[in-house]
Design a protein around this ligand. Sequence first.
Ligand SMILES: [Zn+2]
Ligand SMILES: [Zn+2]
Ligand SMILES: [Zn+2]
Length: 86
Amino acid sequence: MAKECPHLNQIQAVTAHTPQGCEECLAMGDSWVHLRLCLICGHVGCCDSSKNKHATKHFHTTNHPIIQSFQPGEDWRWCYVDEMMV
Ligand SMILES: [Zn+2]
Ligand SMILES: [Zn+2]
Ligand SMILES: [Zn+2]
């Protein structure tokens, strides 16, 4: 039986805090590879291919489970808790 993500109801109509890039990398003056948008609070963080992995760190800090790709033309979503596309 296919597993379902119980976290979808936590998704909010968020606006990206920092549409120009990763919030922490911008503050540090660092660079990133790809961007991920937290669908619970609007935090923008960098992906796991980036050296700082701020999107994953944001999940560990806040327990916000679901991110969406913030790359143009990409709209997939990922649940960190279930470790699957949602
Ligand atoms: Zn989930
Ligand atoms: Zn970053
Ligand atoms: Zn968040």
